[in-house]
Write a protein that binds this ligand. Structure first.
Ligand code: ADP
Ligand code: MG
Length: 230
């Protein structure tokens, strides 16, 4: 079954009264449940814009987006926020941790106001699986880049999302540390989650099941080329 279906998605930004910037140009794409897809393309080709739309952080100017078979353009902001909190985990290049909170508090943050049973126990289990048990009381500044990204992944996992969207998660890491993060994503994929990973690194992308190429607002191989190396 398709988890994500995009039909003729366009996204424009208004630069001035007379100028519009077309960033996404008729994207047609489906991603199956349990897929692990890498999205590659030059800087400025629209990858992050597409990830924001898939992640319900942004709306297309036109086109249809079905998530779990449901047309999400019909939903109001509150319903979208609720769906996002329950179903989607984000991981960003720059980690987006809160500097004044410890690693554990950062992992707990998205569930501060929700009723996840035994959330402290769950946060500690997630942190343990990510190899962070000894680092839980440290502030982000006292953590290495790889540890920070693992904290960010832990935070994304708290709500047990089906879909993980990772936008250049290894972009600020050396290749060895980056590979550790990719190994974490591969494990999450084996557990049944759907992963969409933006990367500039061929060696990283080849570890996904499929590689999508984006150029100037278009996916140039929507039929999804099978990655060569597994
Ligand atoms: P990528 O992630 O592939 O580097 P982006 O999706 O971030 O590309 O950006 C694609 C283009 O859209 C860029 O030219 C960028 O400047 C423009 N863009 C992205 N977001 C906005 C915005 N909120 N307002 C105006 N232009 C934007
Ligand atoms: Mg980007």
């Amino acid at each position: 079954m398709n988890l994500i279906e995009l039909h003729d998605i366009n996204r424009e930004f208004r630069e001035s009264k007379t100028n519009r910037l077309e960033v996404l140009k008729g994207i047609n794409l489906s991603i199956e449940e349990g897929d692990f897809v890498a999205l590659m393309g030059p800087s400025g080709s629209g990858k992050s814009t597409l990830m924001h739309i898939i992640g319900l952080l942004d709306r297309p100017t036109s086109g249809l987006y079905r998530l779990h078979g449901r047309d999400v353009s019909e939903l109001g902001d509150a319903e979208r926020a609720h769906l996002r909190a329950q179903k989607i985990g984000f991981v960003f290049q720059t980690f987006h941790l809160l500097a004044r909170l410890t690693a554990l508090e950062n992992v707990l943050l998205p569930t501060m106001y929700t009723h996840i049973p035994q959330r402290l126990k769950r946060a500690k289990e997630i942190a343990r699986d990510l190899g962070l048990t000894d680092r839980l009381n440290h502030l982000p500044n006292d953590l290495s880049g790889g540890e920070r990204q693992r904290v960010a992944i832990g935070r994304a996992l708290m709500a047990n999302p089906d879909l993980i969207l990772a936008d250049e998660p290894t972009g600020n890491l050396d290749s060895k540390t980056g590979q550790q993060i990719i190994s974490v994503l591969k494990k999450l994929h084996r557990e049944g989650r759907t992963i969409v990973l933006v990367t500039h690194d061929q060696a990283v992308a080849r570890q996904a099941d499929h590689i999508l190429s984006m150029h100037d607002g278009r996916i140039t191989n929507p039929e999804r080329v099978k990655a060569k190396v597994r």
